[in-house]
Design a protein around this ligand. Structure first.
Ligand SMILES: Nc1ncnc2c1ncn2[C@@H]1O[C@H](COP(=O)(O)OP(=O)(O)OP(=O)(O)O)[C@@H](O)[C@H]1O
Ligand SMILES: [Mg+2]
Length: 362
C-alpha cells in the first residue's frame, strides 16, 4: 500500500482538522486521531472474511470483485459514504487485497493544485486503485480533471501560452477510483454519477460489535470475557472505531487496577470512569440533548443555535454526534430544526409528561 498523503503531510494541509481533533479526543468520538491512525493499522481487517458485518455490502462487493477478476477488468469506480469510523477506508483496503492490486491513498484536501491529481493519475498502473478520502471536499478544477479520467481514462492537458495553446489528450491506464465521504449530499452530481457502485455503510449491531471487540482483543493479546465484550459493544455507538478504542481503554484499566482480564465489571467500571453511559453518549451528546430539553422545551431548534450554545461547530455536530443520536432514536430532524424524543427525556432523567405537554404546542 503506498501512501501519498502521509499523516504529517495531511496534517500540514488541514490544520483546522488537527485542532479540532485535539479538542475532541474523547473516547466515544468517532473521528479519527493520531492515536487511532497508528493503532488502527495494526487491527484493520484485510479480507472480506475478517471484515465483520455490512453483510449486504460485502455480498455485492464479493460478486463485483469476482466478476471483475473473471473479465480481467478493473472494478467500476466505487463510492462509500456514512458516518466516521464505520469502515470506509478499511473496505477499500479489503477490495485492493481481494483484487490483488495496489492501492494509493490520498485525501481531497491534499489535492489542492491540478498537478497534485495529475501526478497521481499519471503514476497509476493498470488495475490499481486510487482511494480519495473526504471526496466531497475536492475543488472544482480537480473534479473536472477527474471526470474524463474516470469516464474514459484520459487527461486533457494544455501546453503553451495564449495563442499557441494546445490541448493534449493523454491516455491513462484503466484504474478504479474509490471515494469515501461522510457527506454524500455535498458531492456534486456529475461526480456522483461517475461512480458505478454507490454504497452506504450502516451502523453495526450489538452482535457484530461484540465480534469486533473480541477480534481486536485477540489481535492485541488482551484477555476479555463474553460479558466484558458485550458491555463494551453496547456503548460503542454502532461504530467499530469506538469499540476498538474502548477495548484499549478498558484493557489499560484492567491492567492497572485488576487482574489484566476485561470482565463485565471491569468494562462497566472503566466506561463509568470515561463518563460513557449505556447509549455510549459522551458529554457533548448529553449537553446537546439537555440544551434542547431545558432551553427549548424539547425543540424544534436550529442546528446553528445548538452549535453556538454548546460551543461546537455545526460540522462536528452534523457529522459526528447527530448520525448516532438519530439512529438511536434520541433525536429527530424536522424541517424546523432538531427535536428530542421521549426516550431522550427518560434517558437523561427528565419527566416524560413534561415532554408531551411541550410537544403539544408545536
Ligand atoms: N467491518 C469491520 N470489521 C472489523 N473492524 C472494522 C470494520 N470496519 C472498521 N473496523 C475497524 O474500525 C476502524 C475504523 O475504520 P475506518 O478507518 O475504515 O473507518 P472510516 O469509515 O474510514 O472512518 P472515517 O470516516 O473517519 O475515515 C478500523 O481501524 C478497523 O480496525
Ligand atoms: Mg477513513
Amino acid at each position: 500500500m503506498s501512501i501519498i498523503s502521509d499523516d504529517e503531510f495531511f496534517e500540514g494541509q488541514t490544520p483546522l482538522k488537527s485542532i479540532e481533533q485535539a479538542k475532541k479526543e474523547t473516547a466515544v468520538n468517532a473521528e479519527d486521531t493520531d492515536f487511532d491512525r497508528n493503532f488502527e493499522n495494526t487491527i484493520r481487517p484485510k479480507t472480506f472474511d475478517s471484515y465483520i458485518g455490512q453483510t449486504a455490502l460485502k455480498g455485492n462487493l464479493k460478486i463485483a470483485t469476482a466478476a471483475a477478476k473473471k473479465r480481467n477488468m478493473p472494478l467500476d469506480h466505487l463510492l462509500f459514504y456514512g458516518p466516521p469510523g464505520l469502515g470506509k477506508t478499511t473496505i477499500a483496503g479489503v477490495i485492493a487485497e481481494e483484487m490483488g492490486v495496489d492501492i494509493k491513498i490520498t485525501s481531497a484536501p491534499a489535492l489542492e493544485r491540478p498537478r497534485d491529481i495529475i501526478g497521481i493519475l499519471m503514476s497509476l498502473k493498470g488495475g490499481e486503485i486510487l482511494f480519495i478520502d473526504e471526496i466531497h471536499r475536492l475543488n472544482r478544477v480537480t473534479e473536472e480533471i477527474l471526470y474524463p479520467a474516470m469516464e474514459d481514462f484520459y487527461l486533457d492537458m494544455t501546453t503553451g501560452k495564449s495563442q499557441t495553446v494546445k490541448t493534449l489528450r493523454v491516455p491513462l491506464p484503466k484504474f478504479t477510483l474509490i471515494g469515501a465521504t461522510t457527506k454524500a449530499g455535498e458531492l456534486s452530481s456529475p461526480l456522483r454519477d461517475r461512480f458505478g457502485i454507490i454504497n452506504r455503510l450502516e451502523f453495526y449491531t450489538m452482535e457484530e460489535l461484540t465480534q469486533v471487540v473480541k477480534r481486536t482483543a485477540g489481535i492485541l493479546d488482551i484477555k476479555i470475557t463474553d460479558g466484558g465484550a458485550k458491555a463494551i459493544a453496547k456503548c460503542s455507538r454502532g461504530t467499530p472505531r469506538i469499540a476498538n478504542r474502548l477495548v484499549k481503554r478498558a484493557s489499560d484499566f484492567a491492567l492497572v487496577k485488576y487482574n489484566e482480564e476485561i470482565t463485565e465489571e471491569v468494562a462497566k467500571e472503566s466506561l463509568e470512569v470515561l463518563k460513557i453511559d449505556k447509549y455510549g453518549l459522551d458529554n457533548t451528546d448529553r449537553a446537546l440533548l439537555k440544551l434542547i430539553i431545558e432551553k427549548y422545551n424539547g425543540g424544534p431548534v436550529g442546528i446553528e443555535t445548538i452549535a453556538a450554545a454548546i460551543g461546537e461547530d455545526v460540522r462536528t455536530i452534523e457529522d459526528v454526534c447527530e448520525p448516532y443520536l438519530l439512529q438511536a432514536g434520541l433525536l429527530q430532524r424536522t424541517p424546523r430544526g432538531r427535536k428530542v424524543s421521549p426516550e431522550a427525556y427518560r434517558h437523561l432523567g427528565y419527566e416524560v409528561k413534561n415532554f408531551n405537554a411541550q410537544q403539544a404546542l408545536f
